[in-house]
Design a protein. Structure first.
Length: 542
């Protein structure tokens, strides 16, 4: 699919108005400015890692992305805080150049780099007190100076990201030549926030705020599979746990509630119908869950994807390996207890290096393209307890034989306890990734598992009630098909064809090892699992 990515960014202004009570960054429009350190020379120490902000290599060229490294007092780690209109400039002592946001961007994930000082607002920073530390907020986009992926490693790159209380977004201002951070600000600059949003939503959702603005570590109850594993600076998948709860019933409310990366539980009430866009972007740290038994998404799908319009402007329509480190990857998303109907594209699309995603207890009906597609370097995903009713292209893992450079080493997905109820193909169709396929109930029109370029599949405890063929051979995917799977050759159409060998309808070489996590596959069940939206307990917030 070719994603339309403008809904999420267009909804940001509405997010501020609709969810004004959230104030997740502590920087609500109209608030008085916090005190800041006095002008002078400082070392900036990241509160999460204890490492110092520096220009890598001490170079003087424009465009060098800033990083963190062990504090050593070098001039490339010394920053002259200079007061300007609206805040301060951070000037590198060794080069005299300013810390600024690449391309003056306002989106999360934009690189912070060294560049010739011009007085641009993208080079203006507002230190805002957060306990004994400071958030360093860019005056142009209101985003905070942040270590990419919340890394604590030396050499990790620096970017801007949505402001919250994460330690990687807090800094100590240590006077140059001193080992003691400035505990008490010396002056209060005349800093005012940027423009007050004016978007007025058509309706106001019900908001129940809580006190924790960051994504919780660990895993949601009941989660099994690759989404439970640690990786990319994150421990497990918890969705919006720890955030406020918002109930939405219109497209505008839903778009506003999922637009940012602030932890939030979004409860969908009734049927929400699209307004023309094919896909709606879902930000990080979200649980999107249906209320009761009939919550429905109609006419559009969810795009779990950090590649936004600003990225499109400089990088083209779709992310690539070359752009991997230039934008923020969506992570920690749970989609649960929803019925998807008539999407104009995919129903759920996970792409562009998104990770830690759980798609659970949903019902999928026919869409224009795939039901649950995972591609373009995404990783650590679990797809469980879903029902696919007469869908055509159910689940794609890897979208192209020519995309190995982006997909190899990624695309690890667990598919378990799903009910393929008269669906057609792709359960899943695998290229380059590793699919653990277990305890699914398979009653399909065409093939169960599509074996594509460079993939691996470990299949166990699946019950194949009926299919044209168990495997369809599109390439060199390897398959381990354990003895715990059940099928009756009499219900496999291709097995009845004259002259066909078993390898024509079930090609398995047994070379794929089991996955690296704890689980219980059980035995293949002769009855469908309790799968899909609306089953008992599916609307429980985990």
């Amino acid at each position: 699919m070719k994603s339309s990515r403008f809904d999420r960014k267009a909804a940001v202004a509405a997010t501020v108005a609709v969810l004004g009570a959230l104030a997740a960054s502590g920087l609500t429009a109209g608030a008085s400015a916090a005190a800041a350190p006095a002008p002078g020379a400082y070392t900036l120490v990241n509160a999460g890692s204890g490492l110092c902000l520096e220009v890598p290599g001490g170079g003087a060229s424009d465009g060098v992305q800033l990083a963190q490294s062990a504090c050593g007092g070098a001039s490339s780690q010394t920053w002259n805080l200079t007061a300007v209109s609206g805040g301060f400039q951070l000037k590198a002592a060794h080069s005299g150049k300013c810390a600024g946001v690449r391309d003056a961007g306002t989106s999360a994930g934009k690189a912070v780099q060294q560049e010739t000082c011009s007085g641009a607002t993208s080079q203006t920073w507002q230190p805002t007190a957060s306990g004994s530390n400071y958030r360093v907020v860019n005056a142009n986009g209101g985003k905070c100076l942040n270590i990419k992926d919340d890394s604590t490693a030396a050499g990790a790159l620096v970017q801007q990201n949505s402001c919250d209380s994460a330690a990687s977004k807090q800094w100590r201002f240590v006077p140059a030549g001193s080992a003691t951070p400035t505990a008490t600000p010396a002056v209060t600059p005349t800093v005012t926030p940027t423009a007050t949003p004016t978007a007025t939503p058509t309706a106001t959702p019900t908001v129940t705020p809580t006190s924790t603005p960051t994504g919780s570590p660990g895993n949601a109850a009941g989660l099994v599979g690759f989404a439970t594993l640690s990786g990319y600076g994150r421990t497990g998948t918890s969705g919006g746990a720890g955030g406020e709860t918002v109930t939405v019933s219109t497209y505008a409310q839903l778009a506003a509630a999922v637009a940012d990366d602030t932890p939030r539980i979004v409860r969908v009430s009734g049927t929400i119908t699209g307004t023309g866009a094919k896909m709606l972007d879902v930000g990080s740290n979200k649980t999107v869950i249906g209320v009761g038994t009939n919550a429905t998404i109609s006419g559009f799908g969810f795009d779990v994807n950090g590649w936004g319009p600003e990225e499109v402007a400089w990088g083209g329509d779709l992310c690539s390996p070359a752009s991997k480190d230039r934008f923020t990857h969506t992570q920690n998303v749970i989609i649960r207890n929803l019925t998807f109907r008539n999407s104009a594209d995919d129903s759920v699309n996970v792409q562009c290096y998104s990770h830690h995603v759980w798609v659970d207890h949903n019902t999928f009906h026919t869409s224009a393209d795939g039901s649950v597609d995972v591609k373009r370097g995404s990783d650590l995903v679990t797809v469980s307890h879903n029902r696919f009713v007469a869908t055509d292209k159910s689940m794609l893992l890897g979208h192209s034989d020519s995309n190995g450079a982006q997909d190899r080493g990624y695309l690890r997905v667990t598919y378990h306890h799903n009910w393929f109820d008269g669906s057609n193909t792709r359960h899943p169709r695998v290229r380059f990734g590793y699919a653990h396929v277990f305890a699914n109930y398979v009653d399909v029109e065409d093939y169960f598992i599509g074996l594509g370029a460079g993939g691996q599949v470990y299949a166990e405890s699946n019950h194949v009630k009926g299919a044209k063929t168990i495997t369809e051979d599109f390439g060199d995917t390897r398959l381990t098909w354990t003895g715990s799977n059940f099928y009756d050759p009499a219900t496999i159409t291709r097995a009845q064809d004259s002259g066909k060998e078993r390898s024509d309808w079930l090609r398995a070489d047994g070379s794929v090892p089991p996955p690296p996590y704890a689980y219980s596959a059980g035995s293949a069940s002769s009855a469908p699992p309790a799968a899909g939206a609306g089953v008992a307990g599916a609307d429980r917030i985990l």
